[in-house]
Structure formats: structure tokens, C-alpha cells
Design a protein around this ligand. Sequence first.
Ligand SMILES: [Zn+2]
Length: 485
Amino acid sequence: MEFDTVIHGGTIVTPQESWVGDIGIRAGRIAALAERIPGGDRRIDASGRLVLPGGIEAHAHIAQESSAGLMTADDYYSGSVSAAFGGNSSFIPFAAQQRGQSVDDVIATYDGRAAPNSVLDYSYHLIISDPRPEVLSDELPRAFARGITSFKVFMTYDLMNLGDRGMLDILAVARQHGALTMVHAENNDMIKWMNARLAAAGLTAPKYHAISRPAIAEAEAINRAIALARLVGAGLFIVHVSTPEGAELVARARAEGLPVHAETCPQYLALTRADLDRPGMEGAKYICSPPLRDEATQGALWRHARTGTFDSVSSDHAPYRFDETGKFAKGADAPYPAIANGMPGIAARLPYLFSEGVVAGRITLGQFVALSSANAARVFGMDRKGAILPGWDADIAIWDPEETRTVTAADQHDAMDYTPFEGMRLTGWPVHVLNRGETIVEGGALKAARGRGRFVARQPYRIGPQAPTVPELDPAQNFGADIWP
Ligand SMILES: [Zn+2]
């Protein structure tokens, strides 16, 4: 058997096992796993290194306009390059619907942004802000059929939130067609009330952003989102969980067997609201929603990462520069509600999670693989990624578990002018990243051509056969009423 590439002598890690051996790659796929594989047109020596499934970044904003019309600093070239330097072999950014726009037009727009530029394989989660009848009946099912099987909705932001009724309608569409609804869960009216109180008191510095979005606003909305999904019998993915209260609600729902998934992000593990109180406007760099919390929250979120509450740790890379093109598009002294929301982190996600998770003893190496790649592949239907198995795409990240480096903005390889992780000393870095057997990054250098990445059509989201429903929707318990068409 001839191989294009043999990765030799590394410690191959899956969520369950690790073993020293070789990987034979042919035509972009893993063709053989063995203790020793001779030959290969190219041999990559991985001795002393870890050989992991390439990271899958499941939450990133790339070449995306915010609802206020502000474009992210990263496009699909810089965004995918930065992801690759951070140990990712593929990513799933958002394709956002503007009000009035058809879903077909959204996909065509993002195809035009991604296909000519991405160095990594990619897919999209839709963002739905305008679920008109034809969106629900025709456009979303058409998007699911072409392999875009997840979408995000908002419970907050006046221009985005669907209301409970809108959530129910769209959850029902997802249930019926095998798609997964992702939700940004914060109580919109609690936040608006806090904003009004803070504004009336003249408190508009960046640090008050963290005060304006209290933890209970997230917990209330997560509780409600789970209840809405439970009524419909639909799957749910709660993005960027930032509070212990929210994580506990997710853990309880999972323990009941509900198809509820969740992620947290490195910023909630690494940073606190004290970062928003840096001198001058520096705190604007740390404005994201939900906001950064406190040290007790960090410990609780790590515990939930360890015990399986979270499927993944994602970056929520939302790159707005520290200048008038980004954070200060509404002025250099803008009050916090007018400062662009979000922070970069697509390159730092996995080195941070490895160093502070695996090296610091908070999670195992197997859990790192699950949280960085394997779970996202399964939940989001990338059926040939996220595992090192024969027939799977040769999406592989080779890590040096001992290299120690300091994070700098320049090393992020993105279009940003800062990183919130600046100055952190991290141990364990990706040294060689492959996507479908092709080297993307090696030895600190980019090897991939712009536009080589391919769109990944994803499988439908399938709820397990035991997914509970409410008695009022069960014909055996509700006088035989069947409300599903
Ligand atoms: Zn986001």
C-alpha cells in the first residue's frame, strides 16, 4: 500500500486512548493506522509529539457584519490563517441574515466571501434574525438540505431577538428537519433596564458593560430556552455559557436526557470583569457579551468543562480592532453600549485550553481532544472530521507538549491590533497542522494557498430515540391529539 504521507512515531490521542504509532495518509484521508508504517512519499517525524485530530472552531465571526452594520476585521483568509496557526484544521463561522434578506442570499453572500479565501475547510451556522413565513417553510429547509444544519438565534438585542413565540416556531422547524438551534441566551429586558439605570446615573465607562448584563439575565434565559426546546422536543445548543448558574441548568437538563448542548469560551476561563476596569478606554478591548465575570466563575466553568457539561470550548472570535474601524466606530469616548462587542481569540483558543487545561491538570488530554474537536464534529454533523480513524479526513494537528511561549498579538496572524491573552505564558503549541492531508502550517510558517479550503456539507442533527417530550404533545397521553403535520 502506498501513502502520500506517513506521520511517524507520535503519540496519537483520541478522547478514549492514546498510543504511539504511525498514520498513513492517501488522497487526503487517513488510510491506515499501525504500530509502524514503512514508506510514504513524505514522512513526518512526530516522535516526542502529540498527534491530535485537528481543532474544529465551532464559534467564530468572520467577514460578518454586526446587526449595527460593522464588519469584522478578519475575512476568510486572515481568519482561517489565524485558526490554522492555533491548531485548527476546519472551522464553522456564522453566516448572518440581515432583516429582509433571504437565506439563499445569505448563503450566496458568504460563499462569495469564503470560497476564494479560506485556507481551511469550512461550513457555516446561519444566524436567523428575520424568520418570515417563507424563511421557516422553504428557505431554512433548503439550507439544511445543502448541509447547513445549524443556526443561531438571539434572545437579546432589539434587532435580533425573536421572542418566545418566534423561538418556538423556529425550534419546531429545526426538530422537523433535523437541524440544531443555537441560542445566545440573555434576558433582553433585564439588560435594557440595567442600561437605563446606569445611563441615568451617568455610568458609561467600559467597566459598566459587565454590570449591565448580570449573571441572572443569562441564567433566566438559559432556563427559558431549555423549557422552550423541551416543549417542542427539539435539540438546543447554548453558546458561550458564562455563569455557574447557567452551566448548572445545562448539566441538569443533560442529566434528564434532554438533547441540550453547550460551550464556554477561553475568555470566561481566563479573564474577569476587572479587565474592563483597565485605565482609560483600554477596558473596551474586553467588552464581549455575555460579559466577563469573576474568579469563582472561572473555577466553576473549569469544573463543568471537566465533568462534561460543555461539548466544546470555542473562541467566539469576534474581531473588532481597538480603533475607529472597530471598537470606536461610534467615537473614541463612546459610552459602553455603543462600543463594538466581541474579542479575538481564534488562534489562542487551543494553546490556552492545552496549557491551562491539560498542563495545569484541570482536564485530561482526552478531554482536550473532545472539547477542541471531537464533540463539535459529532454535534454539528461533520461526519468525516474530529477523529483519527481510517476513512476520515486527514485533519491532524501535531503538538509539541513542552514548548513554552508568550502570547503576543503579532503571533495571532489575524487582522487584529490586540489580543486579550497578551503576555500569557503558555506551554504546549501546535507545530504542524494538516487539513485533508495537506500541510497548512509547519514550523511557524504558512504553507497553504488562499482558497484551498472546501465547504463541508454537514449531516442532519439527530436527536436520540429517548428524547423526552411533554405529555401534552404525546398522543398516548393527550386524548390522541397529534399536532405535528
Ligand atoms: Zn459569537
